[in-house]
Ligand binder design. Structure first.
Ligand code: DQA
Length: 149
């Protein structure tokens, strides 16, 4: 059966280090743990998942362009590039589907340089501060939006 939605989940720099990276802020889950749970949730909802992580801005941009024909949604944790990358924002603005920005931490409760996201303006919505559940809520948001169409 065709999937109800195809979702590309994109993860930016240093998220490959989750589990050992500043666990007081980011917790003890690895990115592979989060991926496994997202795949489970997506399967239950008949959604397809394309999971991607890169430390390189250009690779993330290439991926956004590559999934433009196949993904209905992008869930993105652009990590540090959230606060700096005009090029990533421009690539997301070109994506014909919906974009959901996620963060593990509440970026507004942290250093002031994290309060600005260059990506939020091209996203349908933003989920930040719930740890790995930010990703799971983004998948749920897509299922709720499907009920409305
Ligand atoms: C992050 C928040 C960013 O400010 C930071 O640079 C990250 C992770 C988060 O998920 O909380 O790498 O996107």
């Amino acid at each position: 059966m065709a999937h109800t939605s195809n979702i590309a989940v994109l993860n930016g720099p240093n998220l490959n280090m989750l589990g050992m990276r500043e666990p007081d802020i980011y917790g003890h889950h690895t990115l592979a743990d989060i991926e496994a749970k997202c795949r489970l949730l997506a399967e239950e909802r008949d959604m397809g998942i394309d999971w991607f992580q890169s430390n390189l801005e250009g690779d993330l941009i290439d991926k956004i362009q590559a999934v433009a024909g196949s993904a209905d949604w992008i869930i993105i944790n652009a990590a540090g590039l959230t606060h700096t990358s005009v090029a990533l924002r421009d690539a997301l603005a070109l994506f014909p589907g919906g974009v959901i920005e996620v963060h593990l931490s509440n970026i507004h409760a942290r250093e002031s340089f994290r309060h600005t996201s260059l990506i939020s303006a091209v996203a349908k919505g933003v989920i930040a501060g719930f740890g790995p559940a930010s990703y799971y809520m983004a998948i749920d948001a897509i299922s709720y939006l499907q009920l409305e169409t």
